[in-house]
Design a protein around this ligand. Structure first.
Ligand SMILES: [Zn+2]
Ligand SMILES: [Zn+2]
Ligand SMILES: [Zn+2]
Length: 250
């Protein structure tokens, strides 16, 4: 299994429009962050986690030839608003692909983006996604996927554990019942946002506390704002890294 960080940026992306700060002006390409998403590849199949507003650019950059399934973490705009960019893949492969999320997420997607799931009444365009609400673990393209319920401020989000790797973007709390799903991880990719506290995201200090509890082999902080320079990595403890766009985890 191979994971590519398609985007590790917060909702605004980095650089952020209108901003003149040191990170938004950085010459380091690792400070250039598109909106949060990952690609999971296994024996020729590709699973996309979230459809970020930068999906088209991410797909071109990583030369993604097609998508076989989509997992949704929640319905905030920075995780969903690239959903229409799946149409390019449909035009090549002519295949409606399954997508998965919590009951709440799937219902909200079907409500807000109904045409994605139904196609056009007059047949002018086909449905792109087939919705599946999931709570417990399920098999997908030869992988066992475990949804991990998370707290994201006043709303829930869903993390996903695939084998010994977990992707927990957009969270400010991990319920006790979810802790049990996160034991013995080789790789933990999780929300680290920024240094200052935030009501609906772990900041770096809080993320490091979670890492010290879960003790994964390797921890990668994502969903980063322009407060964080990639070069700040020297301040992180051993075994913890910042994600960057295009980062590959084998
Ligand atoms: Zn987000
Ligand atoms: Zn900035
Ligand atoms: Zn969010």
């Amino acid at each position: 299994m191979k994971i590519t960080i398609l985007g590790c940026g917060t909702s605004t992306g980095v650089p952020m429009v209108g901003c003149d700060c040191r990170v938004c002006n950085s010459a380091d390409p690792k400070d250039n962050r598109t909106r949060a998403s990952i690609l999971i590849e296994t024996s020729g199949s590709r699973i996309l986690v979230d459809t970020s507003p930068d999906l088209r650019l991410q797909s071109l950059r990583e030369k993604i030839p097609g998508i076989d399934a989509v997992l949704f973490t929640h319905t905030h705009a920075d995780h969903v608003n690239g959903i229409d960019d799946l149409r390019g893949f449909y035009l090549i492969h002519r295949r409606t692909v399954p997508c998965y999320g919590s009951q709440e997420t799937i219902e909200a997607l079907c409500r807000k983006h109904s045409y994605i799931f139904t196609g056009a009444q007059n047949g002018a365009y086909a449905p792109l996604l087939e919705p599946h609400a999931v709570s417990g673990h399920f098999r997908l393209l030869g992988l066992m996927i475990q949804p991990v319920p998370l707290i994201h401020g006043y709303s829930p989000s869903t993390g996903y554990r695939i084998g010994n790797t977990a992707y927990l973007t957009d969270c400010s709390g991990i319920p006790d019942t979810s802790h049990a799903l996160l034991e013995n991880l080789d790789v933990l990719i999780m929300d680290g946002l920024r240094y200052k506290p935030h009501p609906s995201h772990f900041n770096i200090e809080e993320a490091l506390h979670v890492v010290s509890q879960l003790k994964p082999g390797r921890a990668i902080l994502t969903h980063l704002t322009h407060e964080v320079a990639y070069s700040d990595k020297s301040r992180l403890p051993r075994g913890v890294e910042f994600a960057y766009d295009g980062m590959v985890i084998d």
